[in-house]
Design a protein around this ligand. Structure first.
Ligand code: IPE
Length: 260
């Protein structure tokens, strides 16, 4: 089984509120179908979630009444994105079912305290493709907060021990420094988590409510500790997802699972 996260920056235009990149999603759906692997799919919120989450400071928990409205708006928008993702998958022959973190996940001060893994397991057994996503959720200490797709990927990897975890991004992988600023960057095609730790501050790309690239490196570190490889690839470039799903070589960054 493979865990795949489609970043919000791939399936949405992060600068325009609520803009779904349907063509990109449809291409990814086709590649997933062609690869014919058992997967759990996670998608980010992109411009359906981050704009309101930031405006209402939802990740900081409850402090003022207007956040209640912000939470509700954000939740509705990410559900809307999720419906479009499901539709694209279905149109391409993938029997996708949505599992909302909203009801399957509980956090306490941003940390995951429980998740209904059984429901993922049952759908997998019955040949469905479970789809979950970054969402606003209840948080014991903070009243509510955000459960990112990366947190879901980490938790699901820990439980299911997949053969690999894949992140589809809007960049080719991880670079030696920030590709949006530095013209002399190099793509790292394979690395270990220890090497990556040293590059962490240099590689920070975009700061959003759920942590940007340095947050992602923390996620990868936890996956690596499980002995599982993580592969980061560009979800906008044709065939790369397909190739990584079936284990063929393509432009990407592989972070080896720690075999110690
Ligand atoms: C964020 O999820 C969820 C909300 C802002 C509600 P992610 O952190 O997984 O989303 P992307 O991939 O960065 O867009």
């Amino acid at each position: 089984m493979i865990i795949l996260k489609l970043g919000g920056s791939v399936i949405t235009d992060k600068t325009k509120e609520g803009s779904f990149r349907k063509k990109v999603m449809d291409n990814l759906s086709k590649e997933i179908k062609k690869a014919n692997k058992q997967i759990i799919l996670i998608h980010g919120a992109g411009s359906f979630g981050h704009i309101h989450a930031k405006k209402y400071r939802l990740n900081e928990g409850f402090s003022r009444d207007e956040q209640i409205h912000g939470f509700s708006v954000t939740h509705e928008m990410v559900q809307r994105l999720n419906s479009m993702v499901l539709k694209s998958l279905q149109n391409n022959g993938i029997p996708a079912v949505s599992i909302s973190p909203h009801s399957a996940v509980k956090l306490d001060d941003h940390k995951l305290v429980s998740m209904d893994y059984n429901v993922f397991e049952e759908y997998l057994k019955k040949q469905f493709t479970p789809v979950t996503f970054g969402d606003v959720v209840l948080d014991k200490k903070l009243s509510f907060s955000i459960c990112s797709g990366d947190l879901l990927a980490m938790a699901l990897a820990n439980y299911f021990k997949p053969e690999k975890v894949i992140f589809a991004l809007d960049e080719d992988g991880i670079y030696t420094s920030n590709p949006k600023i530095d013209k002399n960057v190099k793509l790292i095609d394979s690395t270990t988590i220890d090497e990556l730790e040293r590059l962490k501050t240099l590689a920070d790309v975009h700061a959003d409510v759920t942590g940007g690239m340095s947050g992602k490196i923390e996620t990868i570190k936890n996956i690596s500790k499980l002995g599982i490889d993580t592969i980061l690839l560009n979800g906008n470039k044709p065939d790369r997802l397909y190739k990584v799903l079936v284990g063929e070589d393509t432009k990407s960054t592989i972070v080896y699972g720690d075999k110690k």
